[in-house]
Design a protein around this ligand. Structure first.
Ligand SMILES: Nc1nc2c(ncn2[C@@H]2O[C@H](COP(=O)(O)OP(=O)(O)O)[C@@H](O)[C@H]2O)c(=O)[nH]1
Ligand SMILES: [Mg+2]
Length: 292
């Protein structure tokens, strides 16, 4: 039986989280068209007769010296340490950049682990396939080089097959019905954040975090009552998140509830409010709590 931890790495917005969801067939990791959406290690699990693959989605590898970005990088490093294999996702629509060089260096330090390269977004026109393949086959020597579209599923089954081929032998690490190891509290916070990000722009998506203040199961396990705060960094951002006549916050709440309906076997009741916690991105204790 095959069994492996697979770290998914690549620069921001390459499609790592979308690919993870596509591989797992479930929404495990939230996605967005703004970079730096994934902040934690997200595990998605697939189990077949051949065995089990546990994917670790990571924040995009982005070069910056800011404290927040340093934390994100540490999440990437520790995922690589934990992994048996590496799935490197490259955005075919962008010419290879500085981040690609850094990732190449990182991979060259992990030479004993199989590396699969997924050149993603091949559904798009005007890709840089030749350039990317040339650069990475010479510098990374991947054990497999696949072309994928995480969005429409092209190449995803082939990628899964190659992953199983290259995976080491081992026992199941999670029960076979698990497709993620995330607690409901975390998934609820992430979905609220995804819906909020989809309605906001500029600095605000990065200024947001969701705090679950209270969670209680009622009615013999049929209803989960949740009190959550969408936390922003300034008073002016509160107004923007709430929206005119509270329309935006209402939209975020309803969209989140729709998503909960798909993934939880119980009804979720959500009380959602907005509050300010300035400079949370510079507070160590908050970051440490978030990056478990
Ligand atoms: N056209 C196209 N868009 C994609 C594909 N994969 C991801 N995206 C989009 O790229 C953006 C970033 O995706 P995400 O998975 O959040 O990237 P991550 O930062 O690497 O996790 C989102 O808007 C996705 O819908 C793909 O194969 N084709
Ligand atoms: Mg992501």
């Amino acid at each position: 039986m095959k069994s492996a931890f697979v770290a998914i790495i690549g620069r921001p917005s390459a499609g790592k989280s979308t690919l993870l969801n596509s591989l797992c067939g479930e929404k495990v990791s939230i996605t967005a068209d703004v970079p730096q959406t994934t902040r934690n290690k997200i595990r998605g699990i697939i189990t077949t007769e051949e065995g089990q693959l546990v994917f670790i989605d990571t924040p995009g590898f982005h070069h910056s010296d800011k404290k927040f970005n340093q934390y994100l990088k540490e999440v990437v490093y520790s995922s690589l340490d934990e992994a048996d294999m590496i799935l490197y996702v490259v955005d075919a629509t962008r010419p290879p950049g500085k981040e690609e060089q850094e990732i190449i260096e990182l991979l060259n330090k992990q030479k004993e682990k199989p590396v699969l390269l997924a050149v993603n977004k091949i559904d798009q026109k005007g890709t840089h396939l030749t350039e990317i393949k040339g650069l990475l086959s010479v510098n990374v020597h991947p054990d497999a080089l696949m072309e994928t579209s995480a969005l429409n599923g092209t190449g995803v089954d082939e990628l899964k097959a190659r992953l199983y081929e290259l995976a080491p032998e081992g026992e199941l690490m999670y029960p076979k019905e698990f497709y993620t190891d995330q607690e409901p509290e975390f998934r609820i916070a992430e979905i609220i954040r995804e819906k909020a990000i989809s309605q906001l722009s500029d600095e605000i998506p990065h200024a947001l975090y969701v705090e679950i203040a209270d969670m209680e199961m009622k009615n013999e396990g049929k209803e989960l009552w949740v009190r959550a705060f969408l936390t922003v960094e300034s008073e002016s951002q509160v107004g923007i998140v709430v929206g005119k006549q509270a329309k935006r916050i209402k939209w975020i709440r309803i969209a989140s509830l729709k998503e909960f309906k798909k993934i939880f076997p119980y009804k979720v009741r959500l009380d959602l409010r907005v509050k300010v916690n300035s400079k949370w991105r510079r507070k160590d204790y908050l970051l440490k709590g978030m990056f478990h």
